[in-house]
Design a protein around this ligand. Structure first.
Ligand code: ZN
Length: 469
């Protein structure tokens, strides 16, 4: 007989007629999957009862773009723009494995404490299958089911127009890199772990590399995840490199489609939006880092109107602040009001939750993003006595605009009780933070990898020129 658990006495958040509403119900699961969402009061046979009285029960939060290694750069990078901020990442290859793992260990706890049950970690440095497997174990140890997208590229920001023009990677260099990626894929996939290929961005990969990664992805039946159209300089880069837009370039390489998700997509033409919609490509909206780095505000309403699935990501902590999907929800809501003049286009709190859970399903699959029969028992419990929910008005408004991680009491992933009564074990938090702090000390030397002042000035001049155009 399979063990069944019945969560009783809580209010379950579900989507009805386009709105997220809470109603009392009992959730029953077995083997990690929900088998029944029953009306309250109906007795459930052969199940261990767990009380969720005074709790709002919502689907686990889906974070579709994150970089765990970013934890090591807290407070160390230039405050933007993107091209100046990101350049020291070139030194990632120098990091010791134990530092990278310390970052992943704390990232996993920080994600869990803010209710994230599924995450795409666009992970660097992707130097070996061994390291990637160890990072996945860091996530496993707190109970999070992570999808790793090893970050791959062969051009630097400084080497693409309008900031510079580096030498084109040679066929031998591309073959060597592809061989390393193939080894990594063989060493990680097929072991019950989720893996995507993570080209850094169209302009940071040569065409030969993108074609090779696409071939590899098809061979191993893997999806692809990459940054795209993040910065205002991006259109000039695309024009200079390919004589067309980035999304058209990806279409020309036959990369678009449901197995591709693109993070950011701030700067898109109407033609590019149509290409994304027609191909079924998913966009991951990262409003907080886009604002923090001055990248811009993505055209979410236009993407939704065209029929593009849009998921949400927090992006890394060095850009976005502490990992907190509640902030992403609020920023998604608020920034839609700054992007377009017509209030009729602004996103409602219910639509923001659609992005989180329905958009997230386009990336993570149909078994997540809802509390329903057949779904994974990935559940976040929030305290309805928390100030965010008092007085009780519209629960979607309160979740998006007022709640924060302190409202979370418990998290279940695949039916496992991985966060209990508000905190993970105190000692575990201290250990992870101490480990992170040690790692942070040892990589402080990476500030030496800051790009020269002349490069920073070149980036600033390129941004200033744009705003004067
Ligand atoms: Zn990113």
């Amino acid at each position: 007989v399979t063990a069944r658990t019945a969560l009783v006495g809580g209010e379950i958040l579900q989507r009805l007629n386009g709105r997220w509403v809470a109603a009392p119900a009992t959730v029953v699961w077995a083997d990690g999957r929900v088998v029944e969402v029953a009306p309250p009061g109906r007795s459930v046979q052969d199940a261990t009862e767990v009380s969720a009285a005074g709790r709002l029960v919502v689907p686990g939060f889906l974070n579709a773009h994150y970089h765990s290694t970013d934890q090591l750069f807290r407070g160390q990078l230039d405050r933007g723009p993107l091209e100046a901020w990101v350049e020291p990442w070139g030194a990632l290859g120098d990091l010791a494995d134990e530092d990278v793992l310390a970052a992943a260990g704390w990232a996993a706890l920080e994600l869990l404490r803010s209710g994230t049950t599924r995450v795409i970690d666009h992970f660097a440095p992707a130097r070996s299958a061994n390291l990637v497997r160890k990072v996945l174990r860091e996530y496993d140890s707190v109970g999070i089911s992570a999808t790793l997208a090893p970050l791959i590229g062969n051009r630097l920001y400084a080497d693409v127009p309008p900031l510079g023009q580096g030498a084109e990677p040679t066929p031998d260099e591309v073959d060597t890199l592809l061989g390393e990626v193939a080894d990594l894929v063989r060493g990680v996939s097929g072991r019950g772990h989720s893996l995507l290929l993570g080209p850094s961005a169209p302009q940071r990969c040569s065409d030969a590399l993108l074609r090779g990664l696409d071939r590899l992805a098809r061979e191993h039946d893997l999806g692809l995840h990459m940054h795209c159209a993040e910065s205002p300089l991006h259109a000039r880069t695309a024009g200079a490199l390919w004589g067309t837009s980035a999304v058209q370039h990806l279409a020309d390489l036959d990369l678009l489609g449901p197995r591709l998700s693109l993070a950011h997509c701030v700067w898109l033409t109407p033609d590019e939006i149509r290409l994304l919609a027609d191909s079924g490509t998913t966009v991951v909206h990262n409003p907080t880092s886009n604002a923090a780095l001055g990248s811009g505000i993505a055209p979410v309403r236009q993407l939704l109107d065209a029929g593009v699935a849009v998921a949400l990501g927090t992006d890394g902590v060095e850009a976005s602040g502490p990992t907190d999907i509640f902030r992403t929800l609020r920023d998604t809501h608020d920034l839609s009001r700054l992007r377009d003049a017509d209030p009729a286009t602004w996103l409602s709190t219910h639509e923001v939750l659609d992005l989180l859970w329905c958009g997230g399903r386009a990336v993570f699959g149909d078994r997540v993003g809802q509390v329903a029969e057949g779904a994974d028992a990935d559940l976040v419990l929030l305290d309805l006595g928390h100030p965010a929910f008092r007085p009780r008005v519209d629960v979607a408004d309160q979740l998006v605009l007022h709640a924060d991680p302190t409202a979370i009491t418990d998290v279940y992933i695949g039916g496992r009780h991985v966060l209990r009564e508000r905190a993970t074990r105190g000692a575990e938090v201290d250990t992870a933070l101490n480990r992170l702090e040690d790692a942070w000390q040892s990589v402080a030397r990476l500030t030496e990898h800051r790009p020269p002042e002349s490069y920073r000035q070149r980036v600033h001049a390129a941004y200033a020129r744009r705003s004067n155009e």
